[in-house]
Design a protein around this ligand. Structure first.
Ligand code: 16G
Ligand code: ZN
Length: 533
């Protein structure tokens, strides 16, 4: 059709590498950066169509490969409320990415337009950004060609964190509505989160400096801008691993993924007892805290610890406010440490559910709760207040100044949360605010429960597609008989728990195990891995 008149011509500039099959996975497309030109171009086309299917609401595109190697890159689409792309469109992404000719690209666009009943006269709107990777500029220009081919009304946000782009998309689409989220620019982001943070901490004792490992990624310049905007001794930071210019440094020996996998501080940070430390990943959508005790032992405060800290604080505020019918729930994945799950159920007495790995799955489960706290153990997560929670809060009439203050704090907390997606900077301010309000050190926060030793192994297999799971990835349904073997092995160890799942991002199978002691945990992990191999 004439709507796609320019597509074939532009597409010819970005031919698909013949030998690669692309797949839109848990985190969008992700592979060697240089090979993604055609895919990113085509994502531009599809984002335009997606926007038209949403009556011209703004769709986001982020070019990043997060914690992965610097040579990798990736691209993902962001839906109007700043959430991950609706799943039914992931298939369209994969389909168009693998079209072998320019004519086929046009054909697929027409088919989608027809299948979805899209009004092609609507002006498409797209907001996009990239991280600091060296392949970013090349992919960005491919994207711009895709947007030009579709006459998109496009906004380039330059180099920002993934959660900032999600935030901008949500702001753009709520502008002027009662659900207005904020100002759709960097200054608006820093102002919103900075002000909410100060509302919560004012009048409390000052915290010590927080050391931030920015993974030599986009979080480095952005968190400095955040600190400038907050401009308060309540947020005194020292940012390390800030070199986004030198090739070969991004995520190397630093960043949240490195710290989580190695249970070790990153390069560039010397731990001293009572020091406070956190790490972002390469696109600043994950955060972990850690510290060293007097004996020099490393202690990690991972996504589970953040989740329980936040859930406890919210639960207590709801209780202080005297609001009934406002339930706080927690969403975890199978990777959540068993001690955290037990703590949430038995000590906090909060509702907890498991979701499959991947932010979109956790997000959807959290949406079903009044106040849903979701975190992956790796440090990706946020909190959602659903519509009924917002109504309850709005209509609630406090009966005392203490109740009124608790309600006020709940509103401030909600403003401090990036509800569109997990956000290292917003989550950091949230944790800082709670620690300041409680007057807690990291060690005091850590006291809530003790993690069971755990081990995550990667097993390279011939075909990961034969591994199928159910029960939020905790139980294998295929290959036949393997789950029984895992169960038998697990039963041998006190507090043993183990599961096997196919990776959504790599051609491998993951084996997770935990048990009462380090030795038993490792024995369990390696014996299960042996059964998988
Ligand atoms: C993706 C997910 C991350 C998850 C990881 C698991 C998003 C934005 N990212 O990176 O949350 O932990 O996949 O990878 O959803 P795996 O399937 O290879 O184990
Ligand atoms: Zn990330």
């Amino acid at each position: 059709t004439s709507s796609f008149a320019k597509v074939a011509e532009y597409s010819a500039k970005h031919p698909k590498p013949a030998d690669i099959t692309f797949a839109y996975g848990t985190a969008g497309f992700r592979t060697i950066g240089e090979t993604l030109e055609s895919t990113v171009f085509r994502c531009g086309l599809l984002a335009a169509l997606r926007s038209q299917s949403k009556q011209g609401r703004v769709i986001g595109i982020m070019i990043t490969a997060s914690h992965n190697h610097e040579r990798d890159n990736g691209v993902k689409l962001v839906d109007p409320m700043g959430e991950m792309l609706q799943q039914s469109w992931e298939g369209y992404c994969t389909e168009i990415a693998n079209a072998s000719t320019d004519a086929q690209v046009v054909e697929i666009l027409s088919e989608i337009a027809e299948a979805e009943g899209i009004d092609l006269s609507v002006t498409p709107k797209v907001a996009y950004a990239r991280d600091t990777r060296p392949s970013g500029p090349l992919l960005l220009s491919a994207l711009q060609d895709g947007l030009a081919a579709m006459d998109v009304d496009a906004t380039n946000y330059g180099i920002v964190t993934t959660p900032q782009l999600h935030f901008f998309v949500r702001c753009l689409n709520t502008k002027g509505s009662p659900a207005e989220y904020g100002e759709a620019n960097e200054a608006g982001y820093y102002r919103k989160y900075g002000q909410a943070f100060l509302r919560l901490v004012e009048g409390k004792p000052l915290p010590s400096t927080l050391y931030i490992d920015a993974a030599n990624g986009v979080g480095a310049p952005q968190v400095r801008k955040l600190a400038e905007a907050i401009n308060s001794p309540y947020f005194s930071i020292d940012v390390r691993n800030t070199d986004t210019e030198t090739l070969g440094k991004l995520n190397i020996d630093c960043g949240a993924d490195y710290v989580k996998s190695n249970q070790h501080q990153p390069r560039g940070i010397m731990l001293t007892p009572s020091g406070r430390y956190c790490s972002f990943d390469g696109d600043a959508d994950r955060i972990l805290y850690y510290y060293s005790d007097e004996c020099g032992t490393f202690h990690l405060l991972d996504g589970d610890k953040i989740s329980t800290l936040v859930a406890t604080y919210l639960r207590d505020l709801v209780a202080t406010a005297g609001i009934e019918d406002l339930d706080v729930g927690v969403v975890q994945t199978a990777y959540a440490n068993g001690s955290s799950t037990r703590y949430i159920k038995d000590t906090l007495k909060l509702h907890t559910v498991f979701a499959m790995t991947g932010v979109k799955y956790l997000h959807h489960e959290a949406e079903k709760m009044n106040i849903g706290v979701y975190f992956e153990a790796n440090g990706h997560g946020t909190v959602l207040f659903n519509a009924s929670a917002v109504n309850t809060l709005r209509e609630f009439v406090p009966a005392s100044p203490a109740q009124a203050e608790a309600v006020e704090r709940l509103w401030a907390l909600r403003d401090l949360i990036n509800e569109s997606v997990g956000d290292a900077m917003a989550d950091m301010l949230l944790v800082e605010a709670i620690l300041i309000c409680k007057g807690w050190t990291l060690a005091q926060w850590d006291e809530s429960y003790t993690d069971l030793p755990s081990r995550l192994l990667k097993v390279v297999v011939n075909d990961r597609n034969i591994f199928k799971t159910t029960n939020a990835e905790q139980t294998l349904t295929s290959p036949h008989g393997l789950q029984e073997v895992v169960d038998e092995l697990t039963a041998k160890f006190p507090k043993g728990r183990s599961f096997v799942r196919p990776s959504g991002t790599e051609d491998a199978v993951r084996v997770y195990a935990e048990a009462a002691t380090r030795g038993e945990c490792d024995q369990l992990a390696y014996s299960v891995a042996g059964a998988v191999f």
